[in-house]
Structure formats: structure tokens, C-alpha cells
Design a protein around this ligand. Structure first.
Ligand SMILES: Cc1cc2nc3c(=O)[nH]c(=O)nc-3n(C[C@H](O)[C@H](O)[C@H](O)COP(=O)(O)O)c2cc1C
Length: 144
């Protein structure tokens, strides 16, 4: 089974987790990058609002056609209770019928506000959600 780990990371926590999972799963690793560079400030304003409204920012081309993979693992930090906006851009690129597994890094390790909506969006893309994991990273320089 061919697997790819896609991740977005602002301060490195999700990156570290994605690297670990990719190694474990013998998967390709691919970073999601927004076209417009995000500062810590613009992560909070307007990033949190964009996350809560599930807005889709422009991202750079992934460089890996997702149709080539059987399983797609996506990692993303949580901003204001919701997946960081880059996650919404990846969602748009998911080919129908894929096996998708998600992990979210946050200071609290909780995604209570957004979890059901996130799962519904994957289902709406015609994909099967085979995993959903919250990873508690604790507070870092970007939070608290
Ligand atoms: C703009 C912003 C908003 C955040 N909002 C939350 C939040 O609502 N709940 C939470 O538990 N952590 C929150 N955090 C903490 C991050 O989710 C956490 O530090 C995560 O591990 C960062 O991942 P990264 O290092 O891959 O960017 C926020 C961080 C940032 C920068």
C-alpha cells in the first residue's frame, strides 16, 4: 500500500510528528506550504478567524500527485479550536475514494469544537476516514 504523509507546520511540532509517522509507515513525506508566508502574528490575526471559518488559503503545488497513493495521512496544527487554514486547501485536493487518516497537534490535545465537522468534510469528499488522532504538544513559544 502506497502511503503519503502531508503536513502543515508553523513552529515545527507537526513536522516532527509527521517525520516520525512517515518513517514508521515507510511513507513519502510532503510539506504543505501556503503561498503567502505566514508569520506568528498573521497566524493569530487573521489566521485564527480563517481557521474558524474554514477558509481555504492558496498553497504551493504539492509536487506529488495524490492519485498515486492508496492512503493519505494529513497532519496539521490546531488554531482557535480548528485545523489551521492550510488543511482546508489540502481537503480540496483529495481524490475521491481514498483512505484518509488525520492527526492534529495542539497545546491542549483536544479538538472538541471542530472534530465532527472535520470528519464530515472528509466524508463529503467521498473518502474513508480510517484514523483521527489528537496529539498534545503542550504549550510552546507560539501559544501562551
Ligand atoms: C495561531 C495559533 C492558535 C492556536 N490555537 C490553539 C487552540 O485553540 N488550542 C490549542 O490547544 N492549541 C492552540 N495552539 C497551539 C498549537 O496548536 C500547538 O502549539 C501546535 O503544536 C503547533 O504546531 P506546529 O508547531 O506544527 O505549528 C495555537 C497556536 C497558534 C500559533
Amino acid at each position: 500500500m502506497k502511503t503519503i504523509v502531508l503536513y502543515y507546520s508553523l513552529s515545527g511540532n507537526t513536522k516532527a510528528e509527521a517525520e516520525r509517522i512517515a518513517k514508521e509507515e515507510n511513507a513519502e513525506l510532503c510539506e504543505i506550504q501556503e503561498t503567502k508566508k505566514r508569520s506568528r502574528f498573521s497566524a493569530f490575526v487573521p489566521g485564527c478567524l480563517q481557521a474558524r471559518q474554514r477558509q481555504t488559503p492558496a498553497i504551493k503545488p504539492l509536487g506529488h500527485p495524490l492519485s498515486n497513493f492508496d492512503r493519505i495521512i494529513i497532519g496539521c496544527p490546531i488554531w482557535a479550536g480548528f485545523p489551521a487554514p492550510a488543511w482546508n486547501a489540502v481537503l480540496q485536493l483529495l481524490p475521491e475514494g481514498k483512505d484518509v487518516s488525520l492527526f492534529f497537534c495542539s497545546a491542549s490535545g483536544k479538538t472538541t469544537q471542530s472534530q465532527q465537522g472535520t470528519k464530515d468534510l472528509i466524508a463529503q469528499k467521498g473518502c474513508t476516514l480510517s484514523g483521527y488522532r489528537d496529539i498534545k504538544t503542550g504549550t510552546d513559544k507560539t501559544h501562551g
